[in-house]
Design a protein around this ligand. Structure first.
Ligand code: ZN
Length: 204
């Protein structure tokens, strides 16, 4: 009996601690979010289907199946205080990449075909719980591959993850990546590589 009672008590405690999942209040579809707990700072999200705003914590274990159902709220990408990256730094880094690839160094960076691009973006650092950290900053995406991207930013990124929002003609694309490397390229600019982890929302 004592054993049964103990077992029962421990199961109850576990379920009481499990944070509550959140569905979309607008269209009821399941979202990869849960309610925040004491001491946690929820992020603002948007349902990709109906644009309803939801405050919550991302549940990384649900990302594979549900990351496309939410996007980070635009409040997290307000980078009006951050000056754009001068295009000259994009050119400089693109030239450096071409030289680098020709020399055949860095197999890690050459795993997928890369395409040189010049896309204005906003980047926000995330901690390992996908919670935005610090202020968003403007970035210039200079190369894209199936597996990741390279971008020029003004300050080194100190978080393990980033959300990168790339503006397109018909909307914005949000990509979640993990930082894989960072090089100082002079004049306070940094060339930072990120490996894609998930795309948020269905994109453009
Ligand atoms: Zn919805």
């Amino acid at each position: 009996m004592t054993n049964d009672a103990c077992g029962h008590a421990s199961v109850s405690a576990e379920s009481a601690e499990r944070p509550r999942r959140i569905g979309c209040p607008g269209c009821n579809q399941p979202l990869p979010l849960r309610l925040s707990q004491e001491g946690e700072r929820a992020a603002l999200w948007e349902c990709d289907a109906c644009q309803t705003r939801v405050a919550g914590m991302f549940v990384p274990e649900l990302a594979t199946h549900l990351a496309h159902r939410v996007r980070l709220g635009q409040v997290h990408f307000d980078a009006h205080h951050s000056p754009p990256i001068p295009p000259v730094f994009g050119e400089l880094v693109s030239r450096w990449i071409r030289r680098h690839d020709t020399r055949g160094n860095g197999p890690e960076r050459r795993r997928d075909d890369r395409y040189a691009v010049h896309l204005e973006a906003v980047v926000v650092g995330l901690n390992d719980q996908w919670v935005p950290q610090g202020r968003p900053a403007r970035a210039l995406v200079v190369d894209l591959s199936r597996g990741g991207l390279g971008m020029v930013v003004r300050s080194p990124i100190k978080t393990p993850l980033v959300a990168v929002q790339i503006e397109g003609r018909t909307g914005a694309l949000q990509l979640l990546g993990s930082i894989t490397w960072s090089d100082h390229v002079g004049s306070g600019m940094h060339h930072v590589g990120a490996r894609f982890v998930h795309r948020l929302g269905r994109g453009i």
